[in-house]
Design a protein around this ligand. Structure first.
Ligand SMILES: Cc1cc2nc3c(=O)[nH]c(=O)nc-3n(C[C@H](O)[C@H](O)[C@H](O)COP(=O)(O)OP(=O)(O)OC[C@H]3O[C@@H](n4cnc5c(N)ncnc54)[C@H](O)[C@@H]3O)c2cc1C
Length: 382
């Protein structure tokens, strides 16, 4: 009995990994505390009233994969030496353990954020904002990032552009100001072209961009930045500081907040324990496509070990991120962080064709991860 594969977290990483193992006839237990998966970008759709929370939930009880046992449990302890995991329902022993628990939010790290601002990085926060944005008709809105690293680096830029669209459609844009505060030097640092395009889009729409600054605290109607300056606001749309889940920190696996891995193999320093996605420091941005790509490499390693065959090559840190520019147009940045000496990001300008491609990105994954094998579409290789 050396085949017990246990995957913690059914997000981008855990779902892709478990799907590949199931396809290869390897049994896998997948644990998540939630009852449904939601794509990160769906939060933007919910907050701008383009859809509802109910419509973007992909319930885990719809997963129909041979050999995949999905458990709704909360992980409360991880012993990486013994590969033993404790949950609110019991104890699980594993021969191969994969941590894919993502990154959570630390609202308390930004004093006043919970009391005086809003955040759009959780489904609940996005849903609450749908009502607030729908009735915001005058004043200063700040889209503010409270710390790096944060998930999907283009997402706050998308939020600022989509806010402009929403206010314009309601005929109140002239009565509103929009500012965007981001701790990075440019909106998408690995892609100068994407950054140029976003900076031009902000300028055309009269969105004030403040780079290299993060929000440190909020008081009623006032945001404080890390250079001590203050900005008044009527609506604050925040990206909270991120952190690995408490259970990961308490396991002793994290260093500087996240789990260090060999970025070529996604192995941790504990034998038989891998980690993928946002919970790691793998040298790639925190985004679903990278969690998914890392999961594929780990799945191939486990399949080679358990079923025979060649070990895969190293993880290359490549993936495409879609960027909403508003007005139904989407751009794409093709990131390559680990294949060569230089990190690159190739930009493809916004278009309605790329909006369709993004739609397919979501629907193909939904089919692949949730439907029974006969109905699942082939992987599109992104
Ligand atoms: C607004 C926004 C827009 C985004 N847009 C994009 C985009 O366009 N493209 C893209 O690629 N990425 C995007 N992302 C980022 C993407 O959502 C994440 O990077 C991705 O989900 C990370 O995958 P993961 O598998 O590492 O973790 P996650 O998908 O976060 O999965 C982690 C899972 O672990 C579970 N979990 C956590 N703690 C416990 C516990 N103690 N017990 C049991 N289960 C637990 C959680 O419930 C969760 O299901 C966006 C994110 C946001 C917020």
């Amino acid at each position: 009995m050396n085949e017990r594969v246990l995957v913690l977290g059914a997000g981008f990483g855990g779902l892709e990994l478990s799907t590949m193992l199931s396809e290869a006839g390897v049994e896998v237990t997948l644990i998540d505390c939630s009852d449904a998966f939601v794509f990160g970008y769906s939060k933007l759709d919910v907050m701008f009233g383009r859809t509802s929370r109910e419509a973007v939930r992909l319930p885990y009880d719809e997963i129909a994969k041979p050999g995949l046992r999905m458990l709704r449990e909360t992980v409360t302890g991880i012993d990486p030496h013994a590969r033993r995991v404790t949950t609110d329902a019991g104890v699980h022993e594993a021969d191969h353990l994969v941590i894919a628990l993502g990154a959570g939010y630390d609202l308390a790290a930004t004093p006043g954020l919970a009391e005086h601002g809003e955040e759009f990085y959780s489904v609940a926060g996005a849903e609450r904002l749908a009502g607030i944005i729908g009735s915001f008709s005058q004043g200063h809105a700040i889209v503010g990032v409270c710390g790096a690293p944060f998930k999907c680096p283009p997402a706050p830029s998308e939020c600022a552009l989509l806010l402009h669209d929403a206010l314009t459609k309601r005929g109140v844009r002239d009565a509103c100001e929009i500012s965007f505060v981001i701790p990075l030097p440019r909106p998408v640092p690995p892609s100068p072209e994407a950054s140029d395009a976003l900076e031009n889009a902000f300028a055309e729409r009269d969105i004030r961009l403040v780079t290299g600054r993060r929000i440190t605290s909020l008081e009623p109607g006032v945001a404080r930045l890390d250079d001590g300056s203050r900005m008044q606001f009527d609506l604050f749309l925040g990206v909270p500081r991120h952190r690995a889940p408490d259970v990961v920190i308490e396991s002793g696996m994290a260093e500087d907040g996240y789990i260090p891995v060999d970025s070529a193999t996604l192995k941790t320093r504990f034998p038989g324990v891998h980690a993928v996605g946002d919970v790691t420091t793998a040298g790639v941005p925190k985004a679903g496509v990278f969690a998914e790509g890392a999961a594929r490499v780990v799945a191939q390693q486990l399949i080679a070990e358990l079923r025979g065959g060649e070990q895969p090559g190293r993880y290359l840190g490549q993936g495409s991120c879609y960027v909403e520019f508003g007005d139904g147009r989407v751009a794409r940045v093709d990131i390559d962080f680990l294949s060569g000496a230089k990190k690159t990001g190739t930009f493809r300008a916004p278009s309605t064709e790329l909006a369709e491609e993004k739609e397919h990105f979501g629907s193909s994954r939904r089919a692949r991860w949730f439907a029974a094998p006969a109905a699942a579409t082939l992987h599109d290789g992104e």
